[in-house]
Every structure is written in C-alpha cells, then in structure tokens.
Design a protein around this ligand. Sequence first.
Ligand code: SF4
Length: 180
Amino acid sequence: MLLLNVCCAPCCLPLLEPAGRDLTIFFDGPNLAPAEEYDRRLAATKKVAELYQLPFLTGQYDHDAWLKYVGGQLARPAAEYAENSERCRACFKFRLQRTAFLAKERGFDGFATTLSVSRHKDVPFINQYGRELADKLWLKYRTFDLDPRQADQQGRDLCRQHGIYRQKYCGCEFSIASGA
Ligand code: SF4
C-alpha cells in the first residue's frame, strides 16, 4: 500500500501506471499560492483520481504554516532565493514530512512523491531526504525508473487528452514571476 504525494495533476499522471493499483493519491499543496491556484490543482488532481478510480486524500491547505517553516530554515527572506535553492529544499522537507507522517498514521507500507521525477527539481536531495524519513518511521520510500523529460511530456500529453488543468509555475508565490 503506497501513499503518493501529489501537488499537481501533470506530474501525477505519468506515475500512475508504474506505481501499480495499490496506490492512494495524497494531494497536498501547502506551498501553493494564491488559494485559487490550490483550488485549481486540487480539482485537477481529483479528476485524475476519478479517471483512474484511485483512493484520494487531501492535506490541509495551511500556507501560513508552510511560510513559517520555510522562512525558519532560511537566513534571508524566502523571496530572495531562486528555484532549486535552500528555499525549495525546505519546501520539499515540509511536504515530505507531512506525507511520511500521514503514511505512518494511516498504516501505509510506504510513500512516494511526484517530486522525485521532476525535471526541474533537486531529485537526489528529495530522494535522500525521503529515504531518511522512511528509515526513521520504518516505512519504504519508493522511487520510479522514469526519464524526467519523457515523464514531463507524457504529463502534458495526458492533460491535453483528458482536458486537465496544467499550471504554468511551480507553486508558491515566489515562483509565479519566474514561471519556475
Ligand atoms: S519554487 Fe516550488 S519547490 Fe520551490 S519553494 Fe516554491 S513551491 Fe516549493
């Protein structure tokens, strides 16, 4: 039984086949801003869960807690950091912790994250931190043997095919201007 952390539909779609049927989608976007963007991504991911007939869980939309955690890990204001810097690593940690704790609490064997196949993210860091958390909690951390560029294209194609919303920036308010 695998809990898959998802913050958008396009990154989720290419993973559904390799992940197998024993899977629950966990939509979690405390990083997302503004709130309307959270709503759009939530609706899009729900549509994916319905299409593939998969169980679906949602995390609490607590953007203030995300801002506090991320800000607390940084020496300078979060807005001053570029994508894939310390700000993003703090963001990954916050989201991976929530996923791992939920997996433990709900009796899953392990967890995974769509972040681990992103062509834009620090995947080695994400996987190392995911494994550390999993080890601490006696869970499995699952990765996928997918080419990030192919997965990205597949996500775009599947969104187009099913008429699913695909966002133009990573997620937080700091990434809107950069389109990252
Ligand atoms: S750019 Fe993306 S990964 Fe980085 S802090 Fe913002 S939401 Fe998180």
